[in-house]
Design a protein around this ligand. Structure first.
Ligand code: SF4
Length: 379
């Protein structure tokens, strides 16, 4: 059986169920790399110049891990999945980059996905990919249809069952995946030094069962400010790309840490595409980058949703994010209603420093809330 390697990085979080269904329908076996480790990051980083963005280094690390475990490496060139909206250029150059710096990689399957070139080109790209496994065009068509259905099921599952991408992938595909922020963690119940003397003590119920159990709970667009606070001590939006937020090695489990400190965490996944798009258009006039919605769209939307604070996660070496996070920062400065903090992560980011910044941010939110309630009480 032909084995196809899929690196657990970048677009994996958006499309893995679809890819898996396609290849398995054509009789191939799909091999996924394990969750990110420091060794993977270091091996990926060792092959490229330091300025390369961290997620790309992580991707290379995953590709290296798979190099001797599969017959083909699947690295699609996803140029555009919506009219006149484009992916970051890194996605376009990934196969070339991997070929250049990982000569031990098996042959790369690199279909080019660009809806701007029309349906015929898209179908041809899929057919050429399928021909590696079968000469029967009907089988390729059936595999593509099953794959598309799988993608829709994936989106629906996340929406209806309030799952994160890794949780939905595990449920749908049965792919064994270590729990997002599972047993290998030993995080204290309250890792922050937030002064909670005026707050009710933490109870078990304050800590969500899942580290990102918040996920998608508002995808149906019914969120209201009153719903946002609930029993939580603060509502914090964490914005950034899914391959940063849900890769617990890159993100240092920030979502989990915030939830353990009693915060309710909102992410871009919870918003409908129309909401994200509308927020981007309001600020920049049009959506040019696909990734813009996860940063500008989510950031601007949450700024206007009266959350208590917003944390932007970006990674070292990301050109688009340096612009997009700045748009959110400037909007936050203009509106002056929601504190915004941007964190830049790289392969050397020390957990201690990160926790200190989170502590300070939460301290500040607590003081702000307390100040407000004191004003209300004396009024
Ligand atoms: S958007 Fe930024 S982090 Fe993502 S692949 Fe492009 S450069 Fe890297």
């Amino acid at each position: 059986m032909i084995r196809v390697g899929v690196p657990r990085a970048l677009l994996y979080y958006q499309y893995y169920p679809m890819w898996k269904t396609f290849f398995e329908s054509l009789g191939a076996e799909v091999v996924v790399s394990p969750t990110t480790t420091q060794a993977m990051v270091s091996s990926g980083a060792s092959r490229v110049v330091a300025e390369t963005c961290l997620p790309a280094k992580v991707f290379l690390g995953h590709t290296l891990t798979l190099a001797d475990k599969c017959d083909f490496m699947f690295i699609p060139v996803v140029r555009s999945v919506r009219k006149k909206t484009y992916n970051c250029s890194k996605f376009l150059g990934l196969p070339d980059m991997c070929r250049a710096v990982i000569p031990e990689s098996p042959p790369i399957l690199e279909p080019e996905i660009d809806v701007n070139r029309g349906q015929r080109d898209l179908y041809l790209a899929i057919y050429r990919l399928g021909r590696r496994f079968t000469w029967n065009p009907r089988k390729v068509k059936q595999a593509a249809q099953a794959a598309w259905q799988s993608h829709l099921d994936y989106l629906n599952l996340m929406s209806s069952d309030k799952l994160t991408p890794p949780q939905a992938i595990e449920r749908l595909t049965g792919t064994s995946q270590p729990s997002l922020f599972g047993d290998r963690l030993e995080i204290p119940l309250n890792p922050f030094r937030v002064n909670l003397q005026d707050e009710p003590p933490f109870t078990k119920g304050d800590i969500p069962h899942s580290p990102v159990s918040h996920s998608l709970e508002k995808r149906n667009g019914q969120k209201k400010n009153s719903e946002m606070s609930g029993t939580h001590k603060a509502t914090i939006a964490v914005i950034g790309h899914s391959y940063i937020l849900y890769d617990e090695h890159i993100s240092h489990r920030i979502i989990h840490r915030l939830e353990q400190a009693g915060a309710k965490v909102l992410t871009p996944d919870m918003l409908m595409r129309q909401e994200l798009e509308a927020a981007v258009i309001k600020i920049t006039g049009r959506v040019y980058w696909t990734q813009e919605e996860e940063v500008v769209g989510a950031g601007v939307h949450y700024l206007e949703s009266a959350v208590d604070g917003i944390i932007g996660l970006t990674t070292f070496g990301c050109g688009p994010d340096s612009l997009m996070m700045d748009v959110v920062r400037r909007q936050a400065t203009k509106l002056k209603n929601v504190p915004f903090m941007s964190l830049t992560l790289d392969e050397h980011t020390a957990e201690g420093g990160l926790i200190t910044r989170l502590e300070a941010f939460l301290d500040m939110l607590q003081r702000k809330k307390r100040g407000k309630s004191e004003v209300c009480a004396s009024a």
